[in-house]
Write a protein that binds this ligand. Structure first.
Ligand SMILES: *[C@@H]1O[C@H](CO)[C@@H](O)[C@H](O)[C@H]1NC(C)=O
Ligand SMILES: *[C@@H]1O[C@H](CO)[C@@H](O)[C@H](O)[C@H]1NC(C)=O
Ligand SMILES: *[C@@H]1O[C@H](CO)[C@@H](O)[C@H](O)[C@H]1NC(C)=O
Ligand SMILES: *[C@@H]1O[C@H](CO)[C@@H](O)[C@H](O)[C@H]1NC(C)=O
Ligand SMILES: *[C@@H]1O[C@H](CO)[C@@H](O)[C@H](O)[C@H]1NC(C)=O
Ligand SMILES: *[C@@H]1O[C@H](CO)[C@@H](O)[C@H](O)[C@H]1NC(C)=O
Ligand SMILES: *[C@@H]1O[C@H](CO)[C@@H](O)[C@H](O)[C@H]1NC(C)=O
Ligand SMILES: *[C@@H]1O[C@H](CO)[C@@H](O)[C@H](O)[C@H]1NC(C)=O
Length: 892
């Protein structure tokens, strides 16, 4: 074989020297019995358009599939791009020397891009072949039979007067059996696609498989295509008949369990009579005969049954190849191999060679592409491998979302795309797409999880057919290490401070609502605010439209701001909270020149109030200035119906702000604030030197905030169980100690504390009623009877979280011997029924200046000091006062 190849090279070199303008380097030519095979390697053609020409001394003819089948040529390509051209030694353009030496010339014309340049490779191959009497060749596209032309050499009898007659036999008629007999002349048959060639020594008949006059015969379960003829040669009165037939199997292959079986009948009628003697049987592949060693090394087997020759080939054997296909849009593969069977048999003196080249394609197997996802979400890159494809598959384009990019556009965009060739001769495509690519969609189904998705469509084509298919996929990766936005706030002197930490959510996506109003630029510019990449804060003054006023107290206001931080993209809330702040500010001021100013916010509990409709006692005294959320009054003590009264050294001016509402529309609501200014005359200077303003709680103000204080009576001395509203009147023994607790049950605000100002008992529900017994005065046990009331420390437990929110005290006994100046003739039963009241102060823990919440009570009785303290503290503006009562408690 090597020897042939060297010969071939030598021949090619000769050709090159003959045809100096062509180059034949790299084209292999090989004689394989009665065929010659040329291989134009894929590396040479490199996908360029190719034309193959059959050449003889006078003609160069383009090899079309039709011409090839008629003239004894076969052209095919394999997945590696090699072009294989086989020619029968008796093909139309072959040079035949005495039926022994055959010369075949092929010309390959490559159109290189740009099509301006053509490259022509002309190859000549000479083969020696000894022909048997009959040679039958079943090629993949034609059937050929070559028989020795049995024109008798008419030897005359030894009668000298008769010259030797050499008859001039001419081909006269051809009878085809289809299977019925039909007569044709040569030209008609040629026009039908057959080829008939006769030389003095041989007759060659050739037929493509698909010609009309062939017929199929079933032989031992195999379909055999038969091309049978009788050719009549005539010279006037003399006629010779040459019978020729070709019969080629067109079925017989089957696949079971990864093994291809090819059955060829032993008696291929009409070729074989029963007296044949089979001399040789060979198996081959791709036109080349294999030795028994080569067969066993490839696990090929050839066995003989009574009726068949059976060739077995495992799928995947190296002589074949896999081929890609598309079936119903899906990627499939087949295994392809072209085994060959060669037989030599003898019938009488005549030998027949019979050669079948039988391409087998296994049924298509689906080969769904697999995606291996190497994505590590934290890297924020989709990283996938899509495989596995045969080498004949090419990636053409990728559609990202809705954008189709060709492979070169993908690479130019900087998207990672690689083709990996694998050792098992498959390939896979690796793709890396950053999460930041525009077609990557970000979705969230939970605030702390971000899901990135990308839909991809890979567009492939299969070469050389250019059939296309695509593979779509949805990539998805989720990141859970999201830092959620956080928000909070604090109460400052006279403003709220609200901050938002963006976390890992883009700040553009985070929206803030204050009291259901989204903070847009217009609202933002009304407030002091600041933001950077990670934080945002805003300062809202206590008197602002977004603030809700829960209550107005003597010492200031209880105001609340409702904050919602939400995701504008997904419309979910990250955080919703209310910040309630007591603002210890003067809502009213009394100036020494007689001017009084009052600021009254609109209370949340009086939603229909129009501050502009408020007025002083004189209904014509409307607000000096108002907005829809507050009213500001400014008036002189001598105007607007202000009253004046003298109490000892003091002078009290009083007026009230009311809403002259339409009772029929809003019967439930009342809005009334009493404003008092107390001027204490300085005797020596007769000047006003001090002012106190005072608000009366509006009836409608129930207070929404958490700073609601309750007074409770405990059932035990450890403050575990308490009487509830429905338990009153509660019965107690007269000498039984009572355990009281005052506290804020609902507040979580550790910045406030509860302090007891005064506690007392009365006989009726009215806290102002007489008689009255003081239990706690000014934060300390009644100095007149200090042993009656004992304070208990508050210890945290299940119920008590912030001890500062509670105060506890024990009343030893109610002795009812207070000298209150009331009549002793009170009904005894009435006397044994009490209500307990406390004035409670809620103070700011930070504001410890006056010590009201953390008062140290003197153990010794010092009423003088205590009362002087009282004067000082009553002018303080730093606490919120609340009043609580319980009762009745009945004593038996
Ligand atoms: C070349 O081939 C054609 C077609 O078979 C044939 O007609 C012609 O005679 C051949 N020329 C030579 C010189 O063999
Ligand atoms: C080829 O190799 C890859 C990687 O080893 C493997 O996953 C794939 O299944 C193989 N394909 C075939 C057809 O053997
Ligand atoms: C993309 O690839 C598909 C599948 O191979 C093909 O049908 C389509 O024509 C290609 N589109 C472009 C613009 O190349
Ligand atoms: C953003 O502001 C906050 C406080 O407002 C500060 O703690 C943080 O360091 C600032 N960050 C940057 C990046 O400036
Ligand atoms: C956002 O959610 C709230 C409450 O779930 C709903 O009332 C509102 O209509 C939603 N807005 C949009 C734009 O979907
Ligand atoms: C009284 O004094 C206050 C504060 O100094 C001032 O704003 C106001 O205008 C004065 N009123 C009159 C009537 O002078
Ligand atoms: C109060 O409202 C009712 C109903 O609109 C109306 O008939 C009545 O005149 C109003 N009264 C006053 C004092 O405005
Ligand atoms: C009156 O006021 C002045 C100045 O504040 C003060 O010095 C004086 O002691 C006061 N007189 C009385 C009786 O309080």
């Amino acid at each position: 074989m090597e020897c042939f190849e060297i010969g071939a090279l030598w021949v090619m070199v000769t050709i090159i020297s003959i045809h100096a303008d062509t180059s034949a380097d790299g084209i292999q030519a090989e004689c394989l019995g009665n065929i010659v095979q040329f291989i134009l390697p894929g590396s040479l053609s490199a996908g360029s358009p190719l034309e193959v020409y059959a050449v003889n001394n006078t003609q160069t003819v383009l090899l079309t599939p039709h011409l090839a089948a008629q003239c004894g040529y076969t052209q095919k390509s394999d997945p590696w791009g090699n072009t294989i051209v086989s020619a029968s030694l008796q093909s139309c353009f072959a040079e035949n020397q005495a039926d022994k030496e055959f010369g075949i010339t092929m010309q390959f014309k490559l159109y290189e891009f740009p099509k301006l340049s053509e490259k022509v490779h002309k190859v000549f191959k000479s083969c020696s072949h000894t022909m048997t009497s009959r040679e039958i060749l079943c090629e993949t596209n034609f059937m050929e039979v070559s028989v020795r032309n049995a024109i008798p050499e008419i030897k005359t009898a030894p009668v000298k007067q008769w010259p030797t007659v050499i008859p001039n036999l001419q081909l006269w008629k051809i009878l085809l059996y289809t299977p019925g007999e039909k007569a044709f002349d040569k030209e008609t048959l040629q026009a039908m696609g057959y080829n008939v060639y006769s030389s003095p020594t041989r007759l060659v008949m050739r037929s493509p498989y698909n010609t009309a006059e062939n017929f199929v015969q079933h032989v031992d379960g195999v379909d055999i295509m038969v091309f049978k003829s009788v050719v009549l040669f005539r010279d006037r009165w003399m006629m010779t008949i040459v019978e020729s037939a070709a019969a080629c199997p067109i079925s017989g292959a089957s696949v079971v369990d990864q093994m291809i079986s090819w059955h060829v009948p032993r008696h291929i009628s009409p070729l074989v009579s029963s007296e044949v003697e089979i001399l040789e049987v060979h198996m081959g592949v791709n036109g080349r005969t294999l030795t028994p060693e080569e067969m066993s090394s490839r696990n090929y087997a050839m066995t003989f049954t009574e009726s068949h020759i059976v060739i077995k080939i495992p799928i995947g054997a190296p002589d074949g190849y896999y081929k890609s296909h598309v079936l119903k849009g899906q990627y499939h593969v087949s295994y392809n191999i072209e085994p060959m069977l060669e037989l030599l048999w003898k019938e009488g003196l005549d030998k027949t060679t019979y050669k079948v080249l039988f391409p087998i394609t296994t049924p298509l197997t689906p080969w769904p592409p697999q995606v291996t996802d190497y994505t590590q979400p934290k890297q924020k890159v989709f990283d996938i491998l899509l495989g596995y494809f045969l080498p004949d598959v090419e990636l053409l384009n990728i559609t990202f979302g809705s954008e189709l990019l060709t492979v070169s556009e993908v690479i130019n965009k900087g998207i990672g795309l690689q083709e990996h060739g694998l050792p098992n001769d498959t390939k896979a495509f690796a793709l890396q797409v950053s999460f930041s690519e525009p077609h990557v969609q970000i979705m969230s189904f939970r605030p702390d999880v971000r899901t990135y998705t990308l839909s991809l469509v890979f567009g492939f084509i299969i070469l050389p057919e250019h059939t296309s298919f695509s593979h779509s996929m949805e990539l998805e990766a989720s990141i859970t290490d999201i830092v959620l936005p956080n928000a909070g706030g604090s109460c400052e002197q006279d403003q709220f401070k609200i901050y938002v930490k963006y976390g890992s959510t883009p700040s553009s996506q985070i929206k803030i609502k204050l009291r259901n109003m989204e903070l847009n630029d217009e609202i933002l510019q009304q407030y002091k605010h600041h933001s950077n990449e990670t934080h945002f804060y805003i300062i809202v003054p206590f008197l602002a439209p977004v603030v809700a006023f829960e209550s107005v107290q003597l010492t200031g206001v209880m105001a609340r701001i409702d904050v919602e931080v939400y995701d504008s993209l997904h419309n979910w809330s990250f955080k919703e909270f209310s910040l309630a702040c007591p603002f210890f500010i003067k809502l009213s001021e009394c100036f020494s020149n007689g001017t009084i100013t009052v600021v009254l916010p609109k209370l949340e509990s009086v939603p229909h109030l129009l501050p502009g409709e408020l007025s002083l006692r004189d209904p014509t005294c409307k607000p000096f200035y108002n907005q829809d959320y507050f009213a500001y009054f400014r008036f002189d003590v001598t105007t607007c119906g202000t009253t004046r009264k003298f109490v000892g050294e003091t002078m009290i001016y009083e007026n009230e702000v009311t809403w002259k509402r339409n009772e029929t529309l809003l019967p439930e609501q009342e809005y009334r604030f009493v404003v008092s200014c107390v001027y204490i005359a300085n005797a020596t200077q007769s000047m006003i030197f001090h002012a106190v303003s005072h608000f009366k709680q509006p009836h409608a103000d129930v207070g929404k905030g958490e700073l609601t204080v309750s007074l409770k009576l405990s059932k035990d001395m450890v403050y575990r169980l308490f009487y509830h509203d429905g338990d009153y009147p509660v019965l107690k023994f007269l000498k039984q100690p009572l355990y009281f607790e005052v506290g804020m049950d609902h507040s979580r605000d550790s910045r406030v504390a509860v302090g007891l100002e005064n506690c007392w008992a009365t006989l009726t529900k009215d806290k102002e009623s007489k008689p009255r017994w003081d239990l706690i005065v000014d934060g300390c046990a009644n100095p007149k009877d200090p042993e009656q009331t004992i304070f208990h420390p508050v210890i945290p437990d299940d119920r008590v979280d912030i001890p500062d929110h509670f105060k506890r005290f024990e009343v030893k006994t109610f002795s009812f011997k207070e000298d209150d100046g009331s009549s002793e003739s009170e009904d005894a039963t009435l006397a044994r029924r009490v209500f307990v009241h406390c004035d409670v102060v809620i103070c700011h823990v930070e504001n410890t200046a006056d010590g009201r919440c953390y008062k140290q009570c003197a153990v010794t009785q010092d009423t003088i000091k205590s009362s002087s303290n009282r004067v000082r503290r009553s002018s303080s503006f730093s606490e919120v006062l609340q009043h609580v009562s319980i009762g009745p408690i009945l004593f038996i």
